[in-house]
Design a protein around this ligand. Structure first.
Ligand SMILES: Nc1ncnc2c1ncn2[C@@H]1O[C@H](COP(=O)(O)OP(=O)(O)O)[C@@H](O)[C@H]1O
Ligand SMILES: [Mg+2]
Length: 436
């Protein structure tokens, strides 16, 4: 029996203490195979992190490399070695089993020793644990790495969207006092039509009809609400009402919107690199989008200085834009828009800015989450300017506080006559009147 054969037949023993050139440390072999696989199959490896079937493809690939490279490591059979390498390449360690389980909608890692999951809206603590903080951190970077992002001391939190549509957030020390925290929201339910929102009890048929008219009239609409109140979902639904022949540009921090239209361009921001370069903001993308001949612009969420440019765009003929704002009421929403636009420091006095917002924004849709967990459109307001001041008129109120059936005077300048007529009709229908 040759030395090699003997080694193969009992790979856990090194005969006479002699190590052949090909026997290497596990780390070394893993590194070699990892490099070769990533060189040509990086995408497959990313997909394999979330898919059992893809992972089997990687296993076949790795097995082939082991055989062709005649690689082995003491103590491990080649099959075990291949599985170990695939685990290293694609595995997500302690949370693997939850990713394989389609009934798990949310995975929450609170530092190394606490892993919670959500099933059917109920949160459970699991027995899964990590070895230590580094282990969690490694996993976080493996996951967000597949979306081209990373976390470290200099950028201690990150948002990313994985190839399967899951959304990931991670925040690490020193921002987190709980150790590295990872939140994965998986396969978020997507609602794409007004009918679905009506069926969910989110909006009344009349209010849905009114919003449809608003979109068709190319009004600029801001959807306001707390976090998780369904703003993005509602915006997605409204965007799906755009005409097929409109060129739509979507700008987001982390890609969430998915429109059922054909002429759509999705742009996504980029955080700065490790060397602190290459950052691209919403504002940058918006300015660029204005040169792309857009018919409609969607900003996923206004959070800062880009608000100034969005308001400017809305005021300079870019009609029918959509965005969301994190705010708890219509009034709060307008205040936040002003505060965020001021952050741009474009030396426009607040009073001018406010009037400007009044003429830019046409409609505010306020959403909330109710105790049952349902999401509701609680208020719809029209926005305009009168006598140089911002004015609002609440036209719909879910609590049946009488909304105004009256067409607000200040809204007259905002629409062409035929569009105004249609909207007035929908407005009458909104509060129980006859819309037909
Ligand atoms: N109208 C709705 N009814 C029930 N659940 C909803 C509705 N809209 C969104 N959701 C759910 O709420 C969560 C947050 O929705 P999202 O639109 O991202 O909210 P926001 O943008 O306000 O943070 C998602 O899991 C989504 O499936
Ligand atoms: Mg959102």
């Amino acid at each position: 029996m040759s030395l090699i054969k003997k080694l193969e037949s009992s790979p856990h023993r090194t005969i006479g203490g002699a190590r052949t050139a090909r026997e290497r440390s596990l780390e070394d072999v893993i590194e070699t195979v990892r490099e070769r696989v990533l060189e040509n199959h990086a995408e497959l490896v990313m997909e394999a992190r979330l898919s059992r079937a893809k992972r089997n493809e990687v296993l076949a690939l790795v097995s082939e490399l082991i055989v062709s490279g005649d690689l082995y490591v003491g103590r491990l059979t080649r099959k075990d070695l291949a599985e170990r390498i695939v685990q290293e390449l694609c595995g997500l360690g302690p949370i693997d089993e939850f990713l394989d389980d389609p009934t798990v909608t949310e995975i929450m890692v609170n530092g190394p020793y606490e892993v919670y999951i959500e099933r059917d809206g109920v949160i459970y603590k699991t027995s899964a644990q990590f070895a230590d903080e580094r282990h969690v951190l490694e996993l976080i970077n493996r996951i967000v790495g597949s979306a081209g992002r990373r976390v470290d001391k200099s950028s201690p939190y990150v948002d990313a969207r994985l190839p399967d549509g899951s959304r990931v957030n991670a925040v690490i020390p020193p921002l987190s006092l709980t150790g590295p925290v990872l939140t994965i929201r998986r396969f978020p339910r997507r609602y794409s039509t007004l009918d679905e929102l009506i069926a969910l009890g989110t909006i009344t048929p009349q209010a849905a009809e009114f919003l449809r008219e608003c979109v068709e009239a190319r009004l600029d609409i801001v959807i306001s609400g707390g976090s998780g109140t369904g703003k993005t979902t509602t915006m997605n639904v409204l965007a799906n009402l755009f005409r097929e022949d409109e060129r739509v540009i979507v700008i987001e921090d982390s890609s969430e919107l998915k429109l059922s239209l054909s002429h759509v361009i999705y742009l996504q921001t980029r955080p700065e690199s490790v060397e602190g370069k290459g950052k691209v903001t919403i504002r940058d993308l918006l300015r660029n989008a204005l040169r792309m001949r857009p018919d409609r612009i969607i900003i996923g969420e206004c959070r800062g200085v880009e608000t100034f440019d969005l308001i400017a765009a809305m005021n300079t003929g870019h009609e029918g834009c959509l965005s969301t704002v994190h705010a708890n009421s219509t009034r709060d929403c307008l205040a936040r828009l002003a505060a965020m636009a001021l952050m741009a420091q474009e030396s426009v006095p607040l009073s001018v800015l406010e009037a400007w917002i009044g003429s830019a924004v046409d409609v505010i849709v306020q959403q909330a989450r109710v105790d049952s967990g349902a999401r509701r459109v609680v208020e719809i307001s029209l926005v305009g300017v009168s006598g140089g001041r911002i004015e609002t008129a609440t036209v719909y109120d879910v609590e049946n506080r009488p909304g105004s059936d009256e067409w607000p005077e200040f809204f007259n300048g905002k629409l062409r006559r035929d569009a105004a007529e249609r909207l007035k009709k929908a407005l009458k229908g909104l509060n129980g009147g006859d819309a037909s």
